[in-house]
Design a protein around this ligand. Structure first.
Ligand SMILES: Nc1ncnc2c1ncn2[C@@H]1O[C@H](COP(=O)(O)OP(=O)(O)OP(=O)(O)O)[C@@H](O)[C@H]1O
Ligand SMILES: [Mg+2]
Length: 366
């Protein structure tokens, strides 16, 4: 017997979940392709867990249609859906061995004890815990307990595997390792996984696609790269990757790019599909470069407007080993900059020239 994937796609059509007069999830539509990992990302209270629980059938939709594997499951209870959830708290039975914990769901669903034990051993092997079966959960580390929870979900061969902030009880280093392991396992077994997190870096690292939620609705859906490079709102630009938000003027569009005036600078950015006029520029912290003032003929040495910089004062300079972090004061307000040049840092208090590198700048609506 071996653990196989029965991956199915998931589709939400205009799904809402209301509590009294407030909607936790409001008219949300998306589709998740079978065999992919999709993250629900957003700030606390935006509706991530409610969405996940509606996929599981632990929460019933107040309106709309939910399909799993093309089949309408909107009214089906959790027990009639082939979906399992890995909880943040692990939820292991403390007095049962690790092997029995993993086999439990199989035994309950009628699998013969011997077969369940064999499948549990295989599940533990998959998550790197072969040989740990006879221990009690209390005899494992937090990270190992989380693996047991994953193994317990995997052996049920769900059509959809759900994760609700699975790593939030682990320290930063272990979180990184676990998220890589989960991603590897998901790809190896071809699982359909829906993964909830409010950590944008985690979302960028593990996802095929990300559904960004804000205030009960979807703000934007896309691949990690699309969301980072082409955010379509101030919220997404700021929430994913962080950005300096600066008022600019969209002056022309064409050929997939837009020309934007920023003070006396002219920049070329991906076409945001917005009309000419006032826009907001979302400038990534690594899209600004610093040069000591006076280099290359100084701040007035340019003239063509594009490519040259603006004068800034370094308010704060922090050495972080692989890069510098700067807080700048400029005509566009305070700017946050991440600069890989640690060999020749610009000290706090100095004046400098800041240039905008083009890549890493997006225009969004004000
Ligand atoms: N059983 C409930 N009764 C009333 N309101 C609820 C209930 N469950 C959730 N809510 C509300 O619905 C909204 C969305 O909650 P949800 O748990 O989905 O958020 P979340 O995105 O998972 O947040 P977090 O990151 O904090 O876990 C919140 O405003 C919450 O207070
Ligand atoms: Mg939640």
């Amino acid at each position: 017997m071996s653990i196989a994937s029965k991956a199915a796609g998931v589709e939400f059509r205009n799904v809402s979940r209301r509590y009294g007069s407030t909607a936790a999830v409001d008219d949300v539509s998306f589709s998740i392709e079978a065999g992919t990992l999709v993250t629900l990302l957003g700030p606390s209270g935006c509706g991530k867990t409610t969405t996940l629980r509606m996929i599981a059938g632990l929460e019933m939709a107040s309106g709309g249609t939910i399909l799993i594997g093309g089949k309408d499951v909107t009214r089906l209870p959790a027990t009639d859906r082939n979906v399992t959830m890995v909880f943040q708290s692990y939820a292991l039975f403390p007095h049962m061995s690790v092997a029995d914990n993993v086999a439990y769901g199989l035994v309950v669903s009628g699998v013969r004890k011997r077969d369940a034990a064999a499948r549990a051993a295989e599940g533990l092997e998959l998550v790197g815990l072969g040989g740990y079966g006879q221990r009690l959960p209390s005899e494992l580390s937090g990270g190992q307990q989380q693996r047991v929870a994953v193994a317990r979900a995997l052996v049920l061969e769900p059509e959809v595997l759900l994760f609700d902030e699975p790593l939030s009880n682990l320290d930063a280093k272990l979180r990184r390792k676990m998220r890589d392991d989960i991603r590897e396992l998901q790809q190896k077994l071809g699982l359909t996984s829906v993964y909830v997190t409010h950590d944008q870096e985690e979302a960028l690292a593990v996802s095929d696609r990300i559904i960004v939620m804000n205030k009960s609705v979807i703000a934007q859906t896309g691949t990690p790269d699309e969301l980072y490079r082409r955010p379509n709102s101030r919220f997404v630009a700021d929430f994913i990757g962080g950005a300096n938000l600066i008022d600019g003027e969209l002056v022309a569009r064409g050929g997939g790019t837009a020309t934007v005036a920023l003070g006396r600078l002219t920049l070329s950015v991906p076409d945001p599909g917005l009309p000419a006029g006032g826009i907001l520029l979302a400038v990534r912290p690594n899209a600004i470069r610093l040069r000591p003032a006076g280099a290359d003929g100084g701040i007035n040495g340019g003239g063509d407007g594009s490519g040259d910089g603006i004068p800034v004062t370094v308010r704060k300079a922090t050495y972080l080993g692989s890069h510098m972090e700067y807080g700048l004061t400029s005509e566009f307000g305070d700017l946050f900059v991440v600069d890989p040049n640690v060999a020749n840092p610009v000290p706090a208090g100095a004046t400098a020239l800041a240039t905008f590198t083009g890549d890493g700048i997006a225009a969004v609506a004000r």
